[in-house]
Design a protein around this ligand. Sequence first.
Ligand SMILES: [Zn+2]
Length: 482
Amino acid sequence: MHSKLSDHKFNKGVFKSGFSQLITALGKEEDWVHSKSPEYIWLALILNEEERTKQLEKCMYILKEMEDKISSKNLASPTLSGILSLNSKNLDIFINILNEADVLGLISPISVVLSSENEGLRKRLKGYLMTVDERIEKLNSVLENLVDHQSQLSTDVRYLIVYHSSILDKLKFPISQKSMIDGLIEYPYLDVEDEKMRYIRPMIRSTELGISFQFFNTDSTFNKNFWENIAKYMNCEMFLLRFERNENINLTELKSNLYESLKYYRDLIQNVEQNNTKLLVLTSILTYSYKRLLELVDHNLRQTISGRSIVRSCIENFMMTKYLLKNEGQHKDIWEEFQYYGIGNYKLIFERYREENPSVEGSHVQFDYLDLLVSEYINKEFIDMDTRYFGNGNIRKKFQEVDEDFLYKYIYEYDSQFEHGLWGAIRESSILKCNAPGHQYHGIPDIDNEQSLSDVGKDVQDILIRHLEVMNEVYPNPHLEK
Ligand SMILES: [Zn+2]
């Protein structure tokens, strides 16, 4: 279930979801994957073998025996770190119980993650009867199910935690909750597909959560060592997402259509309308988008970061075209003002350079050339104009003014994340995930460029077609009438 954005409260610049406002987020030490799975992995290893009911009964027998023979005075909860802290006499008792239940061999894989401080248990587990690889494989297959706190295996483990509390009399249900108690008693014997499971499973999980808030204690050193040791033995399993190119979109066709249309406007400028600033500005903006399309097609960039930069640029050109046309009537000469705004930016950069005269040899910024371009305009009579009008400050307002807020909200802003190298974009494009449960799904920098992105083809096509339509309304193009 997804919560709507409107369910979120804006809190000092960060969105907090409604859910996390209800309960305090669990820290790393208390949550299921990081701390509980290592603590209860020994039960999961027993459960993961053979028939479910039989193994649940064995675990219940073991927990009962542990309480009788070791007692909660020495072991408050059946956690692995608790077991590791038992004295030698109680460890022997524990191992005997496991032997009686015939499960010692199932638990022995744990020995690979025990360090020399845990020599007592490690020796008694006789892990050497299996190879390191075999033991790691067992741990891995259990962790795969255990990292999902709602899996059947996790729910079974959580049932055992609830069961253990009931032995200790820590579990109190009001008498009116008889159906809950019946459900708990029946649980080990119900088929996992049984209808009743649909309400018993969530009940077990919430009961376990309630118990844990009161009684679960974990030793963070144990946790840290567990994951560090297990990570040492496992190889990274990198995974990436495959995105297919949208074969229905033919940008080569779009490229030649756009060329034909632009050719008409160019001929018009060259032969008829040499001094039409409006035609020159509008055609040139579209030409800029066309050149970005060429980059996209000729260099096969549809599924790259640059592809996103290209769509963003085409969107902005399209929006600016509509914006200029819409505001034309309110200006003396908006086409000239638009040029002065851009050239003014060049001038600013050049003036800064002239003042400070830094060493910029070899840079792609050719300052002398910038100056030359600026001078094309300076020589003309300078009109006092408000060029702030085109600045970036209120870009969203401009999108809204020309009824393109949708483009801004859903596409432009997303592409901006890539342009600015913000974390969402970095995560999506440059980080792969490790799928090894023992590695807790860490990220891997994608330096071999394996991760491609989804195709920008359709968006570029839609925007350029719409851009061309707007242009055609102002300057009807015989090429489009065909
Ligand atoms: Zn890894």
